[in-house]
Each structure stands twice: as structure tokens, then as C-alpha cells.
Design a protein around this ligand. Structure first.
Ligand SMILES: CC(C)(COP(=O)(O)OP(=O)(O)OC[C@H]1O[C@@H](n2cnc3c(N)ncnc32)[C@H](O)[C@@H]1OP(=O)(O)O)[C@@H](O)C(=O)NCCC(=O)NCCS
Length: 237
């Protein structure tokens, strides 16, 4: 059994093509139905690998077998554990071709995003639709295409991890909050005056996973005056 201290966030990573266990039968009926709804086998396989992995990860923290986890979703679709006595185990899942990431934390809201690195021909359009003007300017003013793409995915994954931690999906206006790096290269979150903040404090970070993927997480911290960062542990399956 893995222990998860209250001041920790654990990030579990999987390369879905190397998944040892992909038995769809351990998924619940809603998951199996969703798996069947994918048109392409590669999408179905990724979904199944991610959801089997999520169940494996959760069972490392509690005496609940993989197939016995039950989930409930909020109004925006964010799933949480429904099993009695295990609500403290908070998680978030992200999957893209080649990578699955699952973050878990003890009684803290958490969000995670993993994205596949790719060439984006519509970069100005994407930046304008999803980023604040500050973020879009920072991406589009970079001197080299590779730097633009790197910055784009840093912002994209950070913003996605944040809205996933808040659990409100795209109902949060993406242009009204900005990620800004301070002089120590730490990311700070700035809100525009009419943005609906929920009063929580957050710790976040973004990184490249090899050449092909970008990852960011966002986890609720205790209070803005606390200088103590949560400990982050990354585990590769
Ligand atoms: C659904 C959404 C939460 C994430 O979508 P995504 O990035 O395509 O997918 P990810 O793989 O990272 O995450 C999917 C998982 O998040 C979880 N999830 C679903 N709704 C969620 C919500 N409201 N909040 C948090 N997590 C959620 C589920 O576990 C889901 O897994 P499943 O689809 O296999 O059931 C939402 O943020 C969205 O629609 N994003 C669209 C992308 C976009 O425009 N992003 C702008 C970023 S700047």
C-alpha cells in the first residue's frame, strides 16, 4: 500500500502501449459503454488503458479492489470517488496518445493535463481563443517557432490543469486568467478583476515529458502565506 501524506501530491504516469493490464471487464458499465462508443480502436484502447490505470492507481492507496471503485461526476463532468470513506482520495486523470497521467492528493483539489507535442498551424488563432492577451503575446512574440510551440504547450497545460482542478471545465473564461513566470521562474496565477476566483490557493508546475509530451499539474495548497510547498512525487508505471 502506498501512503499519501497530506502535504504530498503523487503523479502516476503510464505509456499506454506498455500497459500490462488492459482488461476492460474491470471497468464499470458506464466506462464500458463509453469505451464502446469510440469510432477508432486506438481511441478506445487509450480510454480503456487510462481507466484501468486509474483504478490500479487508486487501489494502491486503499483496500478497495480495482473493479470496486465507484465514481460520481459534478455538473461539469469532473469525476470523484463515490465509495464511502474514501472521499479524501482526490484524483484527476488525463490521457493523450502515448501518455496517461493521474494525479492524486489527500483532501485537496487537483488537476492534471498531458498533451502530445505537435506542430500547430493555427497557433495565432488558438492563442487568441484560449489565452489571455498577455499569454498570447508571450507565445507569438517568441523569436523561433520551436520556442513558440514550447510556450504554447506550457500555457495550455497549465490552464487546463487549473480548470480541471477547479472542476468547472470551459465554463471558466480562459482569457480572464494568466500564468506569469516570476524572476525565479515560478509560475504565478493572475486574475482579471471580474474573474470568479474560488478563494483557494494553488501550486502548479509544467514540464516536458521527453520529446513528445507536455504535462502540468495544479493542486490546492493550504494558504497563500505558507511558504511550504507541497511535495511532488512522480511515479512511472
Ligand atoms: C473535459 C476537460 C475537463 C478536459 O479535456 P481534455 O484535455 O480533452 O482531456 P484530458 O485527457 O486532459 O482529461 C479527461 C479526463 O478529465 C476528467 N474530467 C472530465 N471532466 C472534468 C472536469 N470538468 N474537471 C476536471 N476533470 C474532468 C475525466 O476523468 C476525463 O477522463 P475521461 O474523458 O476518460 O472520462 C475540459 O477541460 C475540456 O473540455 N477541455 C477542452 C480543451 C480546451 O479547449 N482547453 C483549453 C485549454 S487552455
Amino acid at each position: 500500500m502506498l501512503s499519501l501524506a497530506t502535504d504530498e501530491v503523487h503523479i502516476h504516469l503510464l505509456r499506454p502501449e506498455l500497459a500490462k493490464e488492459t482488461d476492460e471487464k474491470i471497468l464499470d458499465s458506464a466506462e464500458q459503454q463509453r469505451a464502446q462508443s469510440f469510432k477508432f480502436k486506438k481511441d478506445r484502447d487509450l480510454y480503456v488503458a487510462a481507466h484501468v490505470f486509474l483504478r490500479q492507481v487508486l487501489s494502491r492507496y486503499a483496500a478497495v479492489s480495482k473493479k470496486d471503485w465507484q465514481f460520481v461526476s459534478n455538473a461539469y463532468g469532473k469525476p470523484a470517488i463515490a465509495n464511502l470513506s474514501y472521499g479524501w482520495l482526490q484524483f484527476n486523470l488525463s490521457h493523450t496518445h502515448g501518455r496517461v497521467a493521474c494525479a492524486v492528493a489527500h483532501n485537496r483539489a487537483v488537476g492534471i493535463d498531458v498533451e502530445q507535442h505537435r506542430y500547430l498551424s493555427e497557433l495565432p488563432l488558438l492563442c487568441r481563443s484560449a489565452f489571455s492577451s498577455l499569454e498570447a503575446e508571450n507565445v507569438l512574440s517568441a523569436p523561433h517557432r520551436d520556442i513558440q510551440i514550447q510556450r504554447f504547450f506550457s500555457y495550455w497545460t497549465l490552464k487546463e490543469a487549473y480548470i480541471k482542478a477547479r472542476g468547472m471545465g470551459l465554463s471558466l473564461p480562459l482569457q480572464q486568467f494568466s500564468f506569469v513566470q516570476d524572476t525565479h521562474q515560478n509560475w504565478q496565477l493572475h486574475y482579471s478583476p471580474n474573474f470568479q476566483d474560488d478563494g483557494k490557493n494553488w501550486q502548479f508546475s509544467t514540464c516536458r515529458l521527453g520529446r513528445d509530451h507536455h504535462l502540468a499539474y495544479c493542486v490546492q495548497t493550504d494558504d497563500s502565506t505558507s511558504s511550504k510547498a507541497l511535495r511532488v512525487r512522480v511515479m512511472e508505471a
